[in-house]
Design a protein around this ligand. Sequence first.
Ligand code: C2E
Ligand code: MG
Ligand code: MG
Length: 408
Amino acid sequence: MAILWMDLDRFKEINDTLGHMVGDHLLCATSEKLAEALDGRGYVARFGGDEFVMICPDASREAARAIAADVMEHFQHSFEVSGHNLSITASIGIAVGPQDGRDMDELMKHADVALYEAKRDGRNRAVSFTWAMKEVFNRIHEVENGLRNAIENGELALHYQPIFDLATGRIVTCEALMRWEHPRLGRVPPSEFIPAAERIGMIEPISVWALHEACSAAASWPADVRVAVNISPASLTSGELPRTVIATLLETGLPARRLELEVTESLFLENNRHTSQMLRELQLIGLKLVLDDFGTGYSSLSYLRSYSFDTIKVDQSFMAAIGSSREDQAIIQAVGQIASTLDMETVAEGIETEDQLRHAREAGFNSGQGFLLCPPQPRERMAEVLAAGTGMPIELAAPPPAARRRRA
Ligand code: C2E
Ligand code: MG
Ligand code: MG
């Protein structure tokens, strides 16, 4: 038999905005649609909330996929519910016995794993369970659970990667990059555990910890070196950030002008007035705001118009192909010009080759960061490098072609 576990996408939004009565009617309408789509090939039950389970005896994997496709087809059309015309999509996880599970318990669990995958993969889709998926699922849960105690267990650390002034070769800022050593999984990359922390609501305490750790490290560095801390958009939602930042600066004795916050464009998706006001407040205290990973995801030049960033960091993907791609070269050049006209500093991320370094300098970037110049270092090592006062390890060729205008 096949189990199809279905969950409405963003049902909560409809419930919250149009009220529970409309939500209830939508659930009724959904059950009718499901019965219609199933067309006698199985049974449908509401499992709770906005979740429905379809049980299809004698269904092969192909048959289960066909049923799921029919269900998805039915959701293409909007629902008429209490005078509202509602469009809603659904995600489905499919598990087929006996391959995917030997008993009901296991089949249900695996249909849920597949549903989780469907949601994670962008919703509005049907996904069949695979055993590889289960491994990913288990890892996700191990990572999520491990994170809850990572701070207390002392498993988190910050490494620091210097950012060099491309004209003088001096270190101007060090970016704090989080490292996590999980007792069983070993080193888990931030690209994996930061989103996990966001999902389980742990990003706030982790950000507070990182700010404190980074500011206290920077307080012992030479006075002209700043520290940059990555701030996840999710940790800005509570509105606590300005208070946390001020408290941290006071506790660690680091002047505000030596702290930079790196945020990404996804922050502005919600176009929250509250967020922009908070960022302004932070700039007023004297902090620098950096737009990280510029040029990826939801880039829009309008962010540059409505928020006054001090610095933009062009995403490393542009650097990666700079030698071979005329398009990337043109974009890098143009971004360099826009930033300079808007009086913003520019950082080229991901410099791995001398060729990339040359291109970054030719495009007029103020500073650069990358494995070629210096990979991220543990706190003690970073302090040593800074104390030695060494500049860029690479001989700077001729001075940059056009001397760049700089902010006072
Ligand atoms: P990011 O802020 O864009 O950080 C730059 C990433 O590029 C770092 O990866 C760094 O190790 C890597 N990198 C540096 N030089 C090079 C290079 O020459 N080539 C290549 N290919 N990569 C280079 P990492 O440390 O794995 O961090 C990945 C991302 O995780 C960061 O991207 C940032 O978005 C996030 N992250 C890291 N630490 C934190 C943190 O404390 N808080 C938050 N919210 N996010 C963090
Ligand atoms: Mg960053
Ligand atoms: Mg970046």
